[in-house]
Design a protein around this ligand. Structure first.
Ligand SMILES: Cc1cc2nc3c(=O)[nH]c(=O)nc-3n(C[C@H](O)[C@H](O)[C@H](O)COP(=O)(O)OP(=O)(O)OC[C@H]3O[C@@H](n4cnc5c(N)ncnc54)[C@H](O)[C@@H]3O)c2cc1C
Length: 420
């Protein structure tokens, strides 16, 4: 065990108490950190899971506490000081301290930056001043959306952005009884992250559930009417909206790290054990850009898996171990009764194989770069996801002919190339 673990006078400060920060705090205790742990977050709410915000939580009457990452008692039990409603305004590495908005200073021996991201609000004329316009990133955003929805007589909801968050939100609001339209600027939804076959699948899924999804719609302005807004697109089309939800991506919270002089490059650049360009400062989760040995390049991910796994890596490194962060990214999305599970990164693919099963509700899309399997998107098909994960991790060569044949059972042994 390293000195860090034994030393009760050392302080680890964590900025950001969400998936990355909270998991880092508890992982530090598991690794044997004996010193103080102080976790700051500007959000006053007990840290909660974000994925349900656009899914089950949006349609339920649950309290946010039912959605907490850890109970309030867990922090007390593990002697973690949770400072909610406290924004950190600067980091001074030369003095090993952070400064809070209220002027207070806090010394650290180790610092973990887990500041994540905030919604990007695009420069659409009239958007900033229009009524009933909401992003969806925090529990407070969901509260605002729900109360605006309850107040409106007509419930015409326009979602700007056809990415996962926009589409999940559209499905949830439809379930609540809204009249939902999604406007996507690209020629197809999910264009950045999936193959056209998946975009088509989700487009039809929404149409079949009564949600209008329009693509090639560049929203240029919002015009307030008496009781609602008009959403106006570059092609001259207009959509009436009682509520507008903006889901066009995020901006990484990098300002603190940048001002502190850390190396920034599409996120806070970190090494194999999540350490930044400065000693004793680590960065994890959505705000960090790490080297992924499997894909042999730097990547910045926006996923719970990455936040949790990097948290464990940072804790191990801080406690004197020599971890190497090397995981295959995975992600999921729930829309209506469809569960999508994705593993790997499809960037650079030059072939896809779509495998159908005898059960027509299940299929999977396998992305290859020549003979290398890069990623798998599995629709209602946990088996495909599990096999895909194993194959990607082990660099297993896949027999593509067998993969295509739905009469051949989906089993790892059936799909390996004989010589792999
Ligand atoms: C609606 C929604 C649905 C999602 N669905 C999925 C999904 O299905 N699957 C999946 O894998 N991922 C999903 N994600 C993404 C996932 O939630 C994020 O990848 C994850 O939250 C990243 O965790 P993080 O701790 O790095 O950052 P964040 O969750 O962004 O947390 C950062 C925290 O830092 C705090 N903070 C920032 N700056 C300061 C400061 N200066 N002082 C104090 N506090 C500060 C913020 O208040 C925030 O609480 C979803 C996200 C959203 C919004």
């Amino acid at each position: 065990m390293s000195d860090n673990n034994k030393n009760t006078s050392q302080i680890c400060v964590i900025i950001g108490a969400s998936h990355a920060g909270v998991n880092a705090a508890f992982a530090l205790r598991k690794e044997g950190w004996k010193g103080e742990i102080i976790l700051y977050d500007a959000d006053p709410t007990l840290p909660y899971h974000r994925p349900p915000l656009s899914k089950a939580y949006l349609t339920s009457n649950d309290d946010i506490e039912q959605n907490a990452i850890k109970s309030a008692q867990s922090y007390i039990k593990d002697n973690i000081t949770l400072q909610l409603g406290h924004q950190v305004t600067s980091i001074t590495p030369s003095e090993s301290c952070v400064v809070l908005k209220n002027g207070a200073q806090q010394h650290y021996d180790k610092l973990i930056i887990a500041t994540g991201a905030r919604p990007f609000i695009p420069p659409i004329q009239g958007l900033q001043t229009a009524k009933h316009v909401y992003p969806l990133r925090t529990a407070a955003d969901v509260t605002h959306i729900k109360s605006a929805f309850a107040e409106q007589d007509q419930k015409r909801v326009v979602v700007i952005g056809g990415g996962y968050i926009g589409l999940e939100t559209a499905a949830s609001i439809k379930k609540l009884g809204g009249d939902v339209t999604v406007l996507e600027r690209e020629e197809r939804i999910l264009a950045r992250v999936t193959a056209p076959v998946m975009s088509d699948f989700f487009q039809s899924l929404h149409a079949n559930n009564g949600v209008d999804v329009f693509t090639s719609k560049d929203v240029t302005s919002i015009k307030p009417e008496n009781t609602h807004n008009k959403v106006i697109c570059a092609d001259g089309t207009e959509y009436e909206a009682d509520i507008i939800i903006v889901g066009v991506g995020i901006r990484v919270n990098l300002e603190l790290a940048e001002a502190a002089g850390l190396h920034i490059d599409n996120g806070i650049r970190v090494d194999h054990c999540t350490q930044t360009s400065m000693d004793n400062i680590y960065a994890i989760g959505d705000c960090s850009n790490h080297y992924n040995p499997h894909y042999d390049r730097y990547i910045r991910l926006e996923s719970v898996q990455n936040a949790v796994d990097q948290a464990k890596t940072a804790a191990a490194a801080i406690c004197g171990k020599s971890p190497v962060y090397n995981t295959i990214p995975w992600f999921w999305s729930d829309q209506y009764d469809v569960k999508l599970q994705m593993v790997g990164l499809s960037t650079g693919y030059n072939q896809i194989i779509v495998r159908h099963e005898t059960d027509a509700t299940k299929f999977s899309v396998w992305y290859f770069q020549d003979e290398t399997l890069l990623s798998v998107d599995a629709i209602n098909n946990a088996k495909a996801y599990v096999i895909g994960t194993k194959f990607i991790k082990d660099n297993t060569k896949v027999d593509k002919t067998k993969l295509l044949d739905s009469d051949i059972e989906l089993k790892a042994d059936n799909l390996k190339l004989d010589n792999s």
